[in-house]
Write a protein that binds this ligand. Sequence first.
Ligand SMILES: Nc1ncnc2c1ncn2[C@@H]1O[C@H](COP(=O)(O)OP(=O)(O)OP(=O)(O)O)[C@@H](O)[C@H]1O
Length: 253
Amino acid sequence: MNENTIVKAENLDLYYGENKALKGINIEIPEHQITALIGPSGCGKSTFLRCLNRMNDLIPNVKITGSLLYRGEDIYAPGQDVTDLRKRIGMVFQKANPFPMSIYDNVAYGPRTHGIRSKVKLDEIVEESLKGAAIWDEVKDRLKKPALGLSGGQQQRLCIARALAVKPDVLLMDESTSALDPISTSKIEDLATELKKDYTIIMVTHNMQQAARISDKTAFFLLGELIEYGDTEQMFSMPQNKKTEDYITGRFG
Ligand SMILES: Nc1ncnc2c1ncn2[C@@H]1O[C@H](COP(=O)(O)OP(=O)(O)OP(=O)(O)O)[C@@H](O)[C@H]1O
């Protein structure tokens, strides 16, 4: 295993009932980089992402075989503490999903769940997380106002702040900009680039330009298989596989 590998899958298969959605995935994802997962609809990108913090546990009839390691630790080990795993591997979804409560309480929610009660400490975490998500200046005077009153782009950055508040190690982003306008998208892209200093980011995107713009590594999935994985620059300039080339040049997908 490379020394900077944070996530490693070996022969990972996933079945939804009879349907095999991931087929023998082998990948080593490095820390402090942005890894983009690309591929046509239904090829298994979100399924793979959800394996990493065991979001698939919530779906009935899922069977997983092979191995999936996070910092050398088996994500699917019987004794795995899933709450703790999800604290370390946080997720931001496609659609912003703030809780129907104040901006402050949205961000303080995770730390409170993990037992932090001190107001001074919570104030500090809320400010730090909102700054980390590049939304502090826009909301600092309305922290007690409902989060649902924010614009879509602001709500998504709030969700990123909420994810950062529990100090995760890895941030999973599932098409987190697909519902946003170009300005909000560009803010979140800048943010992701900024955040990789402190976090590892693994993102699903349908936007090829986005993958090319901000990711360091790209993984191309097709029908449940990982077809090609490597440095983004190399993949977009000189793909090794004909199927990758066809996809990134827009010949299918
Ligand atoms: N909850 C589920 N139950 C059963 N099958 C599912 C479930 N979620 C996904 N699948 C199936 O698994 C396969 C992969 O789906 P997945 O959502 O991972 O693809 P994707 O590449 O993320 O697609 P998209 O880009 O459209 O989000 C598809 O055949 C899909 O129908």
